[in-house]
Design a protein around this ligand. Sequence first.
Ligand SMILES: NC(=O)c1ccc[n+]([C@@H]2O[C@H](COP(=O)([O-])OP(=O)(O)OC[C@H]3O[C@@H](n4cnc5c(N)ncnc54)[C@H](OP(=O)(O)O)[C@@H]3O)[C@@H](O)[C@H]2O)c1
Length: 326
Amino acid sequence: MKKVLVTGATGFLGKYVVEELSQYGYQVRAFGRNRKIGQSLENSSVAFFQGDLTKQEDLTQACQGMDIVVHAGALSTVWGPWEDFYQTNVLGTKYVLDACREDGIQRLVYVSSPSIYAAPRDQIAIKESDAPQENNLNNYIRSKLASEKLFKDYPDVPSIILRPRGLFGIGDTSILPRVLKLSQKIGIPLIGDGRQLMDMTCVENVALAIRLALEAPQASGEVYNITNGEPRAFKDLIEETLRGLGYPITYRKVPAPLLSVIASSLEFLYNILKLKGEPALTRYTYCLLRYSQTLDISKAERDLGYRPQISISEGIEQYVKDYRKH
Ligand SMILES: NC(=O)c1ccc[n+]([C@@H]2O[C@H](COP(=O)([O-])OP(=O)(O)OC[C@H]3O[C@@H](n4cnc5c(N)ncnc54)[C@H](OP(=O)(O)O)[C@@H]3O)[C@@H](O)[C@H]2O)c1
């Protein structure tokens, strides 16, 4: 039975990864800071390890005796000081790589992010090789790019990088909850005709892709985009979700240039006045709402045998059912 360390196990994606791997016969060491959530994951094939990604000794200890590592832990948000992202996402990944090298780990799967492709333009069927060298749209993106670059200094650690886009599912605390809050407060911001393409991924499919990446021998050293492979228009996704929930659908038409100015001005104010919290709109969120962005996942299909198991509509249905229970 293979032993796997999963960082970020206490997070949204991590919990699905722990479940997927334990179901497929792995012995899981679930790494995170939140003891309550960590202990709730424990069973005969999952043990919690309380640790902090910013502490090298925690990762050194956590990796000991492991065969493989999934590094999904990160400070995963659109706004915050560089130092925080640097400590957790860049140094944290370096500590994971060091520990993997020291322990002769057989495979490391790193969960990066396609936010590194973000740009103020439509982008269709982005390939892994289209990643820019630099992208300073926000500090999260900078940190994910910087962490990916670390891998070239560790050719001896057999690694795979995944870039899964727009995760949603039961337990999501980021995308759908924000949309629902907006819809209740002011209505859904609609730019243009709302036909911009969104390329989302059911969280269960990402957990599947991670397991496949652990098991695909030929994929070492490669980077893979992961999505559901079914880009949908922004308006269609919103309407399917809100209709399912029985919510009224109210749009707020906003001119794109105005939104762009608001996002830049808010970021400027937050930076200059060192305000706490995050701006209601950032340049990154503006790009997500305004432009189509889809990823080419043919490389993951070919090398990993990745086939999404849950469709977008099934994912929305599950989410709606669960939401209605609370
Ligand atoms: N959600 C998305 O749409 C999306 C899209 C692309 C890529 N990703 C990537 O997928 C991964 C998982 O994202 P998610 O949505 O599941 O995020 P999440 O729910 O915010 O979970 C983040 C995880 O990272 C852990 N973590 C953060 N700082 C830590 C620290 N200093 N020490 C130890 N653990 C720490 C958290 O553990 P504790 O809370 O226990 O400390 C938690 O388990 C991240 O790498 C993210 O960048 C996410």
